[in-house]
Structures are given as C-alpha cells and as structure tokens.
Design a protein around this ligand. Sequence first.
Ligand SMILES: [Zn+2]
Length: 207
Amino acid sequence: MSLKDNAHQLVREHLKMDRDGKAHKVPALLEELRRAVTPGHAGSAGGGMTGPPIPINPNALDLLAEIEGEARRDHYEITSTGWQSTLEELLQAFAAMDLSAEWDAYLTHVSRDWIDKITALLWPSKPRRKLVGKTCPACGWSTYGEERKVCLSLGCWDDEGNMRAIGTWDIECASCEASWAGEQVAYLLRALDTPGIKVVSEVAQVS
Ligand SMILES: [Zn+2]
C-alpha cells in the first residue's frame, strides 16, 4: 500500500471487502475515530437521550491526538512551516507532495501504523478459538507448558469480529508452531472429530 492508498483509507469514504466477498463503501477511518471519541453523538438516533451523557473515549482521543501531533510535526520538518488546516487535509497534502524517498517511505509506514491502530481500537479482534482436548497431529500433544495451555487453536474471525468463510480459517499449534490453512482446515477438523459444521454452531453460540 502506498502513502496515497493509506491517506485515502484514512480520509475518504472507501471500498472495503466484506466477508461475502463483495466490496462496499465504508466511512473514512479518521471519521470513524472522531465518532468514537464521543460515542454519545453516534448511534443515538431515536434512542432518546435520557441518561447522563456518555463520557469521552480516552483511548480514541489519545490516538487522534497522537496522529495529529505526528502528522503536524512531520509537516513542519518537511516544509519548515506549520500546517494551518485540518488533519484530513494535511494527509491528502502529504499524498500529493513531491517527497524524498525517505519521507515517502517513512510516511507510508506511519500512516499504515495509524490504520492498524485505528482498526485495532475500533474493532478489537476476538481471541482465537481453542480446540480443547484435541491432539496436534504434528507434535502429538494436546497441551503444553507448566500451565498446560491448549495446543491447537482455530482462527475464524476477521478484523471486525465477524466469522470468516470456513475456507479461510486456519489452525495453529502453539506448541510446535505447525499450521494449517484453506482446505486442510476442514480435513483436519474432521480428523480431530470436530466437524466444521459443529464448530460453526459452537462458535456462533459464544460470539
Ligand atoms: Zn503441535
């Protein structure tokens, strides 16, 4: 992803692949982050605000301040002038600037970092599903370590906490680090006597 791509995701409404494989429009990530700062202002339509106001989300506020501070500092270092407009306009200005290779690489990296941080804050990923009592076919263990942690775990959530299509699941052994993906997963689940369909219904219950 280039700096331009990253700035686009942060500042503009953009297309995102849904779990059904279709692209749909989602708001700019910075807009979502700003909304998260004061959640009382979002999603309250028709809700009748009777209780006390919902407090500001300090994590969202901190992240927004961090992004804004870094972007403005970088702009000052590049141009020796202070940026006089919004953060959103600054990111677009960066993407349109004739930057040195070093600054381009640096800003591409930090803007990717902002995207990851915003995504992690707004849609924390759900933990992998432990396959309790199942033996890893690679190392032959079902638990490891003094705490007898479960070896096998199933990855089945996307970044936004929705269940991924079964063909995209993965299984990992935390003990020997063996991993399986794609069609191997359904095969392995059957071999472990944990058919995918059963996992789907169990996963749906705990989600
Ligand atoms: Zn193993």
